[in-house]
Each structure stands twice: as C-alpha cells, then as structure tokens.
Design a protein around this ligand. Sequence first.
Ligand code: SF4
Length: 476
Amino acid sequence: MTGTGNIVAALPFPTAAKPKLADSQLRDNLRRATHTIRDKRLRTVAELPEWERLRLAGAAIKDDVLARLPELLVEFEAAATAAGATVHWARDAAEACGIAVDLALSTGTREVVKIKSMATQEIGLNEALEAVGITPIETDLAELIVQLAGDTPSHILVPAIHYNRHQIRELFARRMPGVDLDALTDDPAALAEAARRHLRARFFSARVAISGANFAIAETGTLVVVESEGNGRMCLTLPETLISVVGVEKILPTVRDLDVFLQLLPRSSTGERMNPYTSAWTGVTPGDGPQQVHVILVDNGRSDVLADPVGRQALRCIRCSACLNVCPVYERVGGHAYGSVYPGPIGAILSPQLSGAGANATLPFASTLCGACFEACPVRIDIPEVLVHLRQEIVAAAGATPERAAMRAAAWVLRDRRRYSAALRAARRFAAPLRLVGRPDAVRHLPWPLTRWSASRDTPLPARETFREWWSRERA
Ligand code: SF4
C-alpha cells in the first residue's frame, strides 16, 4: 500500500524551486544556518578516530533490522504490551490519524502538547486534530515558530531555518499571546525566554501529549526520544496520556544498539558530542508519568520501500539532516521546494518511494549527484545510487519521450568516431554565427525545440578546434 499524507508534492520540483531561487533573503538565511551546523559537525566528527567504524556499525544494525522487520515489530509489540502500553497498527496516514484522533477525543481534551515529530507531520496529524476541534500545541521552539507563522517546516531538524532572528522577533510580537513586548528583542536568549513563558502554562495544563520516537527497542518495548530543549521531557512526563506515532523502521533490536546511534545522531544532527536530553520510557510506570501509553506503528508506504533491494536503504535514515546541510541544491532552494515533509537529499529518495513516483517524479532529479550527502550520512545511505536507480525507473515508465529519442540519437552518434566527427563539424558550423552575436563560449537560449533544455542552463559551444586537430597541427 503506497503512503499518503504530507509526502506528496503539489508542484513539480522545478516549478516550486523557481521562486525560491529568486529569494535572496531565504538563500542568505539558509547559507548562514547550514554552514554553521556543517562546520560544527565536521569538528565533532573529527574528534572520533573510529567514526567510519561507527558508520559501518550503524548501517549494519539498520540492515539487520530491515532484513527481519516483521519479527522485530512483533517482539516490540509483545514487550511494550507486557509493560502496560497499548500498541496500534496503521497501514497509512489516514488510519494513523484516525487512531490518534479517537484516542485524544476519548480523553475529553481540547488541547494536546506535541514534541517535534516527523512521523506526525508526515501523516498530517495536526490538521486531523484541528478538524475535530482539538488544538495541537507544538512545544519545540522551531516548530512553534512555524506554527505561529501558519507556515510549514523547511528542514528536518531546524524547521524554521528559513527565518532569521529579526523575522522571529516580529512574528512573536504579532502572534504570541501575552508576550511581553518590552522584554522582547531579537536576542536569541530573549526569544527563547518568551517561548518558555508561553509554553510553561501549556505543559502544566495539558492532559494529553503526542510524540514520535527516534528509536523503538524490540527486546524491551522501550521508546527513545532525543532532543535539545527539554520540552520533550516535559511532554513525556507531565500529561496523563501519551500517544507516540512511530514509523515501523525506527526499530532497533536491543538496548545495546543505542550505544552506536547515540554517538552517530547528535554529532551528525547538531554537531554536539551528546544531546542534552535523551528520554526513554517503557510502557507505564504506576504513579510516575503518563498512565495511559499508546504506540501507533505506522507503515504508510514503508513496506513498498522495503521491497526494493536498492531503494530500501532509505529506511536506514535516522533523520539527522546532515545530508540537507551539505547539499548544494537544498542550500539554494530550501525545504519548501521539495513539497514533502522530507526535504533535501533524503526527501528526494524517500518521498517518491513512500508515495509512489507519480506527483513526486521530479524529486530524484533534484540533485547534482555530487555525493556530499553520502559522505555525510551517518548510516551510509548511498543517496546518489538510489537517485540514479529511481531516475531509471521513472524514465523507463515514461516510455517514448523526445528526450529519450534525443539520448538514443546521441548514443548512436557517440558510438562511431566518423559519425561523431561529422556531428562536431556540423555543430561548429551552427555555432560560428552564434559566437558573433553572443558569448564566445556558450549560448544562453537555444531556439525551439531546444528551448526547455536551455531554460535553466547555459549551453557550451563546441571548441573551435578538436584535440585531434590540434595534435595534427602541432605534431605533424
Ligand atoms: S539520509 Fe543520512 S544524512 Fe540524511 S537525514 Fe537520513 S541519516 Fe541523516
């Protein structure tokens, strides 16, 4: 069953990316933020001589999980149930939202506090809760910024990366109820203090919390959330009911496996040696923390991804966003251009696989294939390999197209030296008048039917002289 929810782009990538490329403020915000995080990451990764061995271990553990996922999920369900949690299974976004909404409604609450969670964004849980009159309150600072702005996240880890602090100060002044305008400056500490005061009352009054999970341990039924602000710890301990929405690929076999991932994740995501808050809970502890604990295990297209021997490596992802921070395409267009909650290189391979290529068919082409994402990925997902694999599938499914005919013709020409030389001579004759009216080395706009080709790139003109010609002239 293919996935549904906020993973399907409304517009093709080139269309969505065009206005972003013209937004110099956005590019400035992105460049500043991604370069700061990536430099920090490089410094903390360099401290560990065993980093490459950790990456190999992370990939091997995840591959083992994917090889026996059904068995591990059943083991997790049994252990979590024995510890007092209730485990639910959801095939797609609608089913997962339905279960979560029914659970929230059954408590009689009109408000839930939320920990930042990609799974809940993926299934569109906030929209589903609002539709039945329940207000979801995002408690992660960046998610709160995005929610107050009525915007959508543009980065996995830093959802408000497209805002700078001046814009955030303006937003808080306009939209944050009861904010102290005299104390509100664009100093990061003042902004964090305003958010802290705004959220504190909600933490104390909320009866229901909704979380995701970074890891789900099969042997013990434990869920683990890794975060930086302490808002997660508040949500996981204060309310009476906790609903955790977890993608099925988040399973780890044993507690010991956390040893590897708690080293890989903070260094890759925020460039920290360890994250400030790691919360782990196993079912219900009488008299301590939430007394109703529900876990919703979500498939939403993951079984389809698992069935693809090349594409399944995308399910190793631990959502650290290191690949976003090094991607030259992401840095120029930001996350919204990808049209899915999963932006950047991982989004370009995960979204089309979860949803089926269809509306996301342009995403695998949103890459230069430079390979920086693979180098940065802590679980060694070969994103360029999957991109090429998906491109092949999309091109094959498209059947006969003018581009395909052109590539076939090019292949026919390039297979034979005489044909190639004749084509080169023809191209040079065609280029001669163009050199007189434009740049000497390239043309910006080609005539129809090649207009689309040159719409977003310069077309180099053939060299005035080939190497063979130069060689015979110089050495004859
Ligand atoms: S693909 Fe790798 S680098 Fe990108 S978010 Fe996932 S784990 Fe991190």
